[in-house]
Design a protein around this ligand. Sequence first.
Ligand code: IPE
Ligand code: IPE
Ligand code: MG
Length: 263
Amino acid sequence: MANFATPLEKTPDINEELKQRIDADRVPKHVAIIMDGNGRWAERQGEHRMVGHANGVRSVREALTGATEIGVKYLTLYAFSTENWNRPKAEVEALMDLLVKTVIGELEELNANGVRLHAIGDIGSLPESCRRTLQEAIASTAKNDRITITLALSYSARWELVRMAREIATKVRDGGLTPEGITEETLAQHLATAGMPDPELLIRTSGEQRISNFLLWQIAYAELWFTNVLWPDFKKEHLFQAVLDYQNRERRFGLISEQVSPA
Ligand code: IPE
Ligand code: IPE
Ligand code: MG
């Protein structure tokens, strides 16, 4: 009888399977994501674009918990670009509203999981209620150190680079710095991401293969990972797959293969 018995098989958990293949010593410290495709996700089901944005919040949770589980220390999410201000007014307002509600709704969970919230971008340009909610949440999570989630809001790399140039020019004018004293480090210290390591891995969803004005300086040597998955369908397994692919690439930094992976 025993021979005919079907063994009780455990449903393979794709997340566990992928996670086990990840080399814990070579997990990227900083993962950046261009969360794209919310509008198309909604339109494909005959829904309003906002339905896509609302469903994108679940994917933010997936990315954050996945990143925390594998030991990523910085997760930076492109949530709203300076160019996105030019979208229809109703969408911009609804997005700002969603941001406030999400931050308020997730705050307890962030604190419970040791997540520090941070934001980069022209935060002063956000509506007052958004700015206040965001600043309160940032202050409330400031001591958490398991992972830092950075929301890029009203952000663009060119905005950031112009601001950097102005700050450095002002220091030179005021005598605090000489032109010859300006190094790569000086520039990095004046970016919105000062103090964070550069992202080793940049993910973009929705099939578009472009940078759209995100972290131009910081991604000089990032590995790029593109997927056709639309942001509201993004799950932990996609993050884990991206990290596995990242670990299978040879990062040469201008050297030759023998120099970076000696036989
Ligand atoms: C990304 O999704 C979210 C934001 C840019 C705010 P989109 O809204 O760009 O969705 P698509 O690209 O139009 O499908
Ligand atoms: C990039 O997505 C900005 C964010 C994800 C916040 P967009 O949808 O705005 O980019 P483009 O217009 O396709 O380049
Ligand atoms: Mg888009």
